[in-house]
Structures are given as structure tokens and as C-alpha cells.
Ligand binder design. Structure first.
Ligand SMILES: *[C@@H]1O[C@H](CO)[C@@H](O)[C@H](O)[C@H]1NC(C)=O
Ligand SMILES: *[C@@H]1O[C@H](CO)[C@@H](O)[C@H](O)[C@H]1NC(C)=O
Ligand SMILES: *[C@@H]1O[C@H](CO)[C@@H](O)[C@H](O)[C@H]1NC(C)=O
Ligand SMILES: CC(=O)N[C@H]1CO[C@H](CO)[C@@H](O)[C@@H]1O
Length: 495
């Protein structure tokens, strides 16, 4: 009486329930699963263990499609995920797309009152409402151009200590993370769904002006698994650090609430308040207060073109780097490892042949063993350095993926202002309205410029740190190999 779809090992599964039996339809394959093998774990999310005669089991989490529209309560935070970038461990378990509710920012932007796709900047361009003084977001002239006002002391936080919790008599279980801001040093606990809530608020409030990177993937499959939890924590840490580093976001009421709430009551009240915030969507621009001369629409368009081009190009390069890195990872843990093992074996084989003569040789055997060790070093290296390279670039890929939406708002505003002359002649707006539009477009542009300057300063910092780490690890790696080879060589030269 329910119908389910699910991806497992890249195959689509349909699941139909009949009394006492579940039918699992793999593409091209139909299987029966006795009800005993179905473990009902959550109200909207079922867990299946299906074993074959050899005792090989697969674990599948499924959810009924009816539940996709409901509030996804908790519990999506347990399970197995794609860990690492190569090799077979990626294929275990499966992933389920949650009915699109979280996948891209565009969808969230749809929630802006009265907007369909791209939020309509006209609302902002022609409004005269002004935010209260303390909500103002100033922009200053920095060395590199317009910059946000940076706080005196930078906020940072540590995400740590994931703990499994449960409620409803164990029927619902979840992972709770401990987040400690370095301002208070007082830890607060949050579940993944709270992070998700924070993300949604930040998107609603800021996404027209600031790209808000998506949270790390929402995986809803498998069992509690240490590696998955560790990976997710690492990514949540990266996301939180980025939010903390942002001068506007770190100062926002909603982030402060998330990091500093004292008890359940304060959290609930703060939540309700944040959900009622009216200065969301394009209204955010009316809180921006650049203390800089007005830009004319031509200058604004030039900046827009430049940023649009840059973010697109960087997005492409990052994706290419990820593809190359992925390939390298697979080669290291696959063919390369195999080849070095084979070289090692071949030397040992030759050595064993020599052994059958009256002149046995121990050295060649040692050389063979050395190559076998190298094989393991090669296969183990990506986890040590490439991992960080991939993680950082993945994060940037996510961030860059948000720019088109943010930039589209600017484009729409530019186009609107271009229409202004026409609207004046049609008597739809006054000359003064036109000037207000231009002035306010200039404000939007300053916001974009400040944001781009912030992006660049982070990027410079992040990539410096990344490349330094990566190259240091690579040097260590090759030095370890060189040491091993020298030792093997030593056996021949010290005769
Ligand atoms: C928090 O960490 C940031 C970044 O590491 C640092 O600059 C800042 O001074 C720290 N703040 C406090 C209050 O220790
Ligand atoms: C060594 O190589 C020969 C020929 O390829 C093969 O028959 C033999 O089984 C190998 N010996 C070992 C110990 O691998
Ligand atoms: C060859 O003989 C040496 C010395 O007897 C021994 O240490 C070594 O393990 C042997 N190698 C093989 C491959 O059997
Ligand atoms: C929403 C907003 O900031 N509108 C501004 C547009 O420009 C006029 C004229 O400079 C301002 O008075 C408005 O506050």
C-alpha cells in the first residue's frame, strides 16, 4: 500500500508492499524480500536488510514518496555516505534524494514572498523604506576597493564531539554535534536539522546579496557509521567556519542565536523571531549603507560583467581540478598500486629462481619487498593529502555554484534600470524615481563588490594554506619512497 523509489548501487529500486512480502525491483531484476528483513526504523524512513544465501547483506534505507512533502523531521542525519573519492567504498549503501527540497538555492529563493524565479529587484529599487539604524550594513573604501565592515575580533567555532541521541523511545535517533564559539567558549548542541534550519534562514535573508553555500550533503542512508559521521562533521566544520568568517553573517542575529543560545526556551523564541524576520530577500539591500560616491549604471554593469566572468571561469577550473583529482585518486588506489605490487612480486620471483641455484641472493628479494611497500604508500597517499585538496575544492565548487543566483539578481536590477528611460517617457515613473533607481542600483553594486572582495581575500588565504599543506605532504611522500629505495640500493653498493 505504498510505493517507493530509491537508488541503490546506481540502480533504481521500486518497492511495493504486499502482505508479508516486499518486492524489490532492481532495473532488470526483481527480488522478493520477506517482511522479516524489513526493519521499520522511522516513521518516514525504512531500513531494509536483505541477505542472500551466502550471508552477503545489503542495507537499504527507503522512504515513501508521500513523506517527501512533509516536514522531514529528524533522523536524516544518520547513515552511510560516499566516503573518499575513489575505490569501491563509495558504492556501498545508497543515497536518496530528498524530494528536491534542499538541493539548490534556487528552490529556496522561490520562497521569497511574491517572487517566482529570480527575486524581483524592482521592489527594492523603488522602495523608500529604510532599515533601522542598528540593522545597517556599512561598506567602506578599503585598500582593494569597497569592503564590509569587519568585526574587531574574528569569530570562529569548533564543531566536535558527535553524539548519538534518540527520542520517542528510541524510535527516532539522530546525531548531535557540539559547537563551541571561541567568543564564549561555551558549547551548544545542534543536530543536522538545526544546521539546515540555519541555512534556510541565511538563504532567505542574505542570498540576494551574499552567496550562501549549501550545507554538506544530506544523506539519509545506511547505519550510523563512524566514517560517515566524521566526514560530515569535517564538512559542517568547514561550513560553519566560513559562516563565522563572514563579516555580515557572523554578526547576524540568527547566527548569534545558533551559537549562543542558553536554553531551549531562548532557542525556540529566537527561532520564531528569525522565521518572522521581514528584512529578507531583496529587502536586504535597503539595510546596506555604502559610505561611498554613487556609481553610474555603466560602472555597475562593468563590475557585474567582470564578476560574472570570473566566477564562471573559476567554477570551471575548480571542476576540472576535481575531475583530475578524482582520476588520480582512482589510479593511486587502483592501477598504480597494482603495478607496484606486480613489480615487487616479479623481483621476488626472480629472487626465488636465483635461490634455486648455488648462488642465492637475499637482496633482490628485499628490493621486491620494497616495491610492495611502495605500492601501499601510493595507495594510502590520497587520503593524506589529496583528500584535503578535494574537500577544499568541493567547498569552492559549492560556493561558486551559488554565485549565478546572486549575480542574477544584479543582472535583473541592471536591466530594470536600463528600462527606466523608457518608463519615464511613458510617464510610468518620474525622473526622480529614475534617479532613486540608479542610486539604489549603485548600492547593490557596492554590496556585490564588497562581497567579491571578501571572497577573494578568503580564496587567497584558503588556497595558500591548501597548497602549502598539499605540497608538504607530497614532499614527505616522495622522501619516504626515496628513503626506501636508498635502503634497497644500499644492499648492492655496500658489497
Ligand atoms: C577566534 O578565532 C579567530 C580565528 O582563529 C581569532 O582571530 C580570534 O581572535 C579568536 N577570538 C577570540 C575571542 O579568541
Ligand atoms: C614465478 O614466475 C613463474 C613464471 O611466470 C611462475 O610460473 C611462478 O609461479 C612464479 N612464482 C612465484 C613464486 O610467484
Ligand atoms: C632466498 O634465499 C634467502 C636466503 O636463503 C632467503 O632469505 C629468501 O627469503 C629467499 N627468497 C625467496 C623468494 O625464497
Ligand atoms: C530601499 C532603499 O534603500 N531605497 C533607497 C533608494 O534611494 C533613495 C534615494 O537616495 C533612498 O532614499 C532610499 O532609501
Amino acid at each position: 500500500d505504498f510505493f517507493i523509489f530509491y537508488f541503490f548501487k546506481k540502480k533504481l529500486i521500486y518497492l511495493l508492499k504486499f502482505p508479508h512480502l516486499f518486492f524489490l525491483y532492481f532495473i532488470g531484476n526483481v527480488g522478493l524480500v520477506p517482511e522479516d528483513y524489513i526493519e521499520f526504523r522511522f516513521s518516514v524512513c525504512y531500513f531494509i536488510t536483505a541477505c542472500d544465501g551466502d550471508g552477503d547483506c545489503c542495507h537499504v534505507t527507503v522512504g515513501s514518496i508521500y513523506s517527501f512533502d512533509e516536514e522531514w523531521d529528524d533522523d536524516s542525519d544518520d547513515g552511510k555516505s560516499t566516503v573518499g573519492y575513489g575505490g569501491s567504498q563509495m558504492e556501498e549503501g545508497g543515497t536518496m534524494q530528498r524530494g528536491g527540497a534542499h538541493s539548490t538555492m534556487k528552490i529556496s529563493l522561490n520562497k521569497f514572498p511574491g517572487f517566482s524565479k529570480t527575486p524581483n529587484p524592482e521592489v527594492y529599487l523603488l522602495t523608500k523604506s529604510v532599515a533601522k539604524g542598528n540593522d545597517k550594513l556599512p561598506i567602506y573604501a578599503g585598500e582593494v576597493g569597497p569592503v564590509w565592515l569587519y568585526p574587531q575580533i574574528q569569530l570562529d567555532c569548533v564543531v566536535a564531539d558527535p553524539k548519538k541521541g534518540s527520542k520517542m523511545y528510541g524510535l527516532k535517533s539522530y546525531i548531535e554535534y557540539q559547537i563551541t564559539p571561541n567568543t564564549t567558549n561555551r558549547p551548544v548542541n545542534h543536530r543536522y536539522k538545526h544546521f539546515d534550519w540555519l541555512y534556510e534562514r541565511l538563504v532567505e535573508k542574505f542570498a540576494c546579496a551574499l552567496p550562501i553555500p549549501c550545507l554538506p550533503d544530506k544523506q539519509v542512508t545506511g547505519r550510523f557509521e563512524e566514517e560517515f559521521i566524521k566526514m560530515r562533521m569535517e564538512r559542517l566544520q568547514g561550513w560553519m567556519s566560513r559562516m563565522c568568517r563572514h563579516p555580515v553573517i557572523s554578526n547576524s542575529e540568527v547566527l548569534q542565536l545558533f551559537l549562543n543560545y542558553r536554553d531551549e526556551k531562548e532557542w525556540k523564541l529566537g527561532k520564531r523571531k528569525a522565521e518572522k524576520d521581514e528584512f529578507v530577500g531583496v529587502k536586504i539591500f535597503s539595510t546596506i549603507d555604502p559610505e561611498l560616491p554613487e556609481l553610474d549604471p555603466g560602472q555597475v554593469e562593468q563590475k557585474y560583467e567582470m564578476y560574472s566572468q570570473f566566477t564562471r571561469s573559476m567554477d570551471n577550473s575548480v571542476k576540472e581540478l576535481l575531475a583530475v583529482g578524482h582520476l588520480h585518486w582512482k589510479r593511486c588506489t587502483g592501477p598504480l598500486q597494482k603495478e607496484y605490487r606486480q613489480i615487487g612480486k616479479a623481483f621476488q620471483n626472480l629472487s626465488s629462481v636465483f635461490n634455486t641455484s648455488a648462488y642465492p641472493s637475499r637482496k633482490l628479494d628485499a628490493t621486491g619487498k620494497t616495491y610492495e611497500e611502495i605500492a601501499e604508500l601510493v595507495a594510502g597517499q590520497p587520503k593524506k593529502d589529496l583528500h584535503f585538496l578535494m574537500e577544499t575544492n568541493n567547498e569552492y565548487k559549492g560556493l561558486l555554484g551559488c554565485f549565478p543566483d546572486t549575480i542574477a539578481v544584479h543582472k535583473a536590477a541592471i536591466d530594470k534600470v536600463k528600462e527606466a528611460d523608457h518608463l519615464v517617457t511613458m510617464n510610468k515613473i518620474s525622473q526622480q524615481d529614475k534617479h532613486i533607481m540608479e542610486k539604489n542600483l549603485s548600492t547593490m553594486s557596492y554590496a556585490l563588490q564588497a562581497e567579491m572582495n571578501h571572497f577573494h581575500s578568503n580564496r587567497i588565504y584558503d588556497y595558500n594554506r591548501l597548497m602549502q599543506f598539499y605540497l608538504e605532504e607530497q614532499v614527505k611522500f616522495y622522501e619516504t619512497i626515496a628513503e626506501k629505495l636508498k635502503k634497497a640500493l644500499g644492499q648492492y653498493t655496500t658489497m
